[in-house]
Design a protein around this ligand. Sequence first.
Ligand code: AG3
Length: 287
Amino acid sequence: MLQFTEFYGGEGMELQATGLTFKVKSAKRVKTPYQELLLLDTYDWGKMLVLDGAVQTTERDEFIYHEMIVHPALFTFNRRVSRALVIGGGDGGTVRELLKHNVEKVELVEIDRDVVETALNELPTISSALKDERVTVHFADGREFVKGKEGVYDLIIVDCSDPIGPSAVLYQEEFYRDCFKALVPDGIFVTQSESPFAQRKIHRQVVKELEKVFQIVRPYLAFIPTYPSGMWSFTIGSKTLDPLGVHPVTLQRLYEEFKKRNGQPKYYNPEVHYGAFAIPNFVYMEE
Ligand code: AG3
């Protein structure tokens, strides 16, 4: 919405481009041991989960984030994934998308029990996958959970909040090193990596730290309207498999098989797969 606070066209005019406005039908607030949790029911975005003032997920646009944190990595594996670990992601959306793939066991480590409970009660279309028999939920600190694990997981996905509060430790080189060790020799790591526009420094930092640890590091983008600036990123760290190295014929075949089992994804497709890895120049330009 554009707001003119003075007459139109004059010197000193103030033009404000405001962010999104959410009209709230009802709200619940919980002070959890870790953060402030808000569950809003809104007119235009459906139900919405907010943690410490940051929108985590809305019923209307969650498909973009959850498809995109999962599918680029999962379509890179041309094999069955026996063990996957999700760190954070207590709303269950990432697990829901993971279970659409050939995955045997999924573990989710969420620090805040209230997030999972709220999601199960209020956001069933996002969370119900958490009840699937292939899934184990641990209420624990993800940073501690990966320590000392060696060659156990095919895949680790970090679905965390911003690097303030409980998630800060999930943005550090030592954590990425522990994840590297916890992965099998062709394992893949994925993390959400903030907005390359609104949080460019953090985004660049994540990529830089991952490059110290993983042989292949591929940041990629998706448009997420309810996150700062709408321009959002994820980054894959990989030992041997390159998401950009998947042959188009192979990807098409895997995609067709996926559609037969699950129907058509709402955001992801093979063109999006390759295109998402195209990053505009400003993101990595010198200050
Ligand atoms: N994970 C949170 C992404 C960070 C959002 N940041 C923000 N709005 N400032 C999303 C959880 C969905 N499973």
